[in-house]
Write a protein that binds this ligand. Structure first.
Ligand SMILES: [Zn+2]
Length: 491
């Protein structure tokens, strides 16, 4: 048996992998849209839009290829651990009933079922992500057209139109198209694909095991907040192979009663129910009527009201979705070189609310659900820095955070700026680990050697860190062409 809690968190590793893909696509989109600025000619615009859409499609295909190996490995691992977990728990019940189930690794039939489940789930996911490049490119193209219309009609200037387009896509981007034409985000689609694929495979193993053991009765798990159609059959005992009266007790047919084997039923789409072998007269029923009723009892107090566990978990999910949405906004705006102060504040605010809520309701923040690639530390701290300080944007659109005191550590992958006490401006560059990698100054601040560099003493220092974690900087050097371009606004 897989518990509802196991199934609830099962897709998390896979979801965070696909959040990375979602974020990478948003960054690509942000960078591309930001370059729309300055195009005025309609023919030139059409050619540009065509080229950008084509390039985005190519990028997405490459990105998906990059993640396909990791995806397959993750699905295989999730499938194997769920298979092992579910049989271990069922086998303990068989042994308690005096039976001796075979070793999973010795059973070709079970291993074949596990493999087939893996291939099917992977295949389903590959078919879905096969629609991603076109799904994304279509929305991108539409949003570009809308932005252009706003600019060319005079309704908006470039900057506002770009911001609107970037913001809209960050919040509404769909990642897959189902055969029915229905769209979903990559995140929602991958959660469903994994949960459904793994739970179905686990169930097939369990049914095969039941048949091997000659067990005819099953008890279905129960969880709070089950959808109404599933709540009617959860937590009860059924007979596998037709309804039956056994020792004076009536048992309904397992499949007919629960819809097991159908998408809408037990172990179907997004279902967190599962089942386990039951031996009448020997096994204790897992749930009494009172316990089933208590699943939805309003036992948690929050802000002066009583809520059920399920209601609280739904409130938490809603706050988590807000954090995720704010993160996506920040990522896309940052990639587009837009001013991220508001997005950073929004993110910080959403995080704060979630933290307060989980604290007040004593629930653990589900970190897997919130982890975003490239965001864990780097973007997060950049966002935190951005919200605490004034920012400006350099020539190529990177956010620069104004600070009063330079430090050897700073915002991961970020740049800070400080007025040098001896004149001029210093810009500090930090690596992914938040350690300073270089400093660029726009004058020689009276230092003899440095004054001789560049046109008026502008120069750079590279930093290195020794094994004791101490920073050192190298002697001043000339700026590269790229550095000049980047810092043109202060040179
Ligand atoms: Zn269910």
């Amino acid at each position: 048996m897989l518990t509802p809690e196991y199934l609830e968190q099962l897709p998390d590793a896979f979801v965070s992998l696909w959040q990375q893909v979602e974020d990478d696509i948003l960054r690509d989109i942000g960078r591309r849209i930001s370059k729309m600025d300055g195009i005025t000619d309609t023919a030139e615009w059409q050619a540009w839009r065509f080229e950008q859409t084509r390039a985005l499609r190519t990028d997405v295909i490459k990105l998906l290829a990059k993640y396909s190996g990791k995806s397959a490995t993750t699905i295989r691992q999730l499938m194997q651990s769920a298979g092992i977990e579910t049989l271990a728990s069922d086998d303990a019940r068989y042994r308690a009933a005096g039976l001796s189930p075979s070793d999973l690794n010795q059973s070709t039939a079970l291993l074949n079922l596990l493999n087939a489940g893996y291939r099917q789930t992977l295949g389903t996911w590959q078919n879905l992500t096969g629609t991603t490049a076109n799904t994304v490119a279509r929305q991108f193209e539409n949003e570009l057209s809308r932005a252009w219309l706003q600019v060319s009609s005079g309704a908006f200037d470039y900057k506002s139109a770009i911001k609107r387009a970037v913001d809209t896509l960050s919040q509404t981007m769909q990642g897959v198209t189902y055969p029915s034409g229905h769209h979903d985000t990559l995140e929602v689609a991958c959660r469903r694909a994994i949960l459904t694929g793994v739970n179905q495979t686990a169930a097939k193993l369990q049914v095969a095991r039941m048949e091997e053991m000659g067990c005819e009765f099953v008890e279905v798990t129960a969880h709070a907040g089950a959808r109404p159609e599933h709540a009617t059959w959860q937590g009860q005992i059924y007979h596998h192979g037709g309804s039956i009266t056994y020792e004076g007790q009536h048992y309904r047919d397992f499949e007919a009663a629960t819809g097991y084997g159908t998408g809408a039923g037990l172990c179907g789409w997004n279902c967190r129910h599962n089942f386990y072998p039951f031996f009448p007269g020997l096994s204790q029923p897992g749930y009494t009527d009172a316990e089933l009723d208590a699943l939805n009892a309003k036992e948690i107090q929050y802000a002066g009201q009583q809520y059920s566990r399920y209601e609280i978990s739904q409130m938490q999910r809603s706050l988590e979705r807000k954090v995720r949405a704010a993160k996506k906004l920040f990522i896309a705006e940052d990639a587009a070189g837009l001013d991220t102060v508001n997005a950073a504040a929004k993110l910080s605010n959403a995080r704060q609310k979630l933290k307060q809520f989980t604290h007040a309701t004593q629930r653990r923040v589900d970190s897997a659900r919130l982890s975003v690639y490239g965001f864990g530390h780097s973007q997060a701290s950049k966002a935190v820095w951005a919200v605490r300080h004034n920012t400006l944007t350099n020539t190529i659109g990177h956010t620069i955070i104004k600070i009063k005191r330079s430090a050897p550590t700073g915002p991961a992958n970020g740049i800070t700026q400080k007025a040098n006490a001896k004149g001029g401006i210093d810009r500090n560059y930090y690596g992914a680990d938040g350690k300073q990698v270089k400093q660029i100054s726009n004058n020689g601040h009276g230092h003899k050697v440095e004054e001789a560099l560049g046109r008026h003493g502008e120069h750079a220092h590279d930093y290195w860190w020794d094994e004791n974690g101490k920073p050192h900087h190298l002697a001043a050097r000339e700026l590269t062409d790229k550095e000049r371009k980047e810092n043109d606004d202060i040179l």
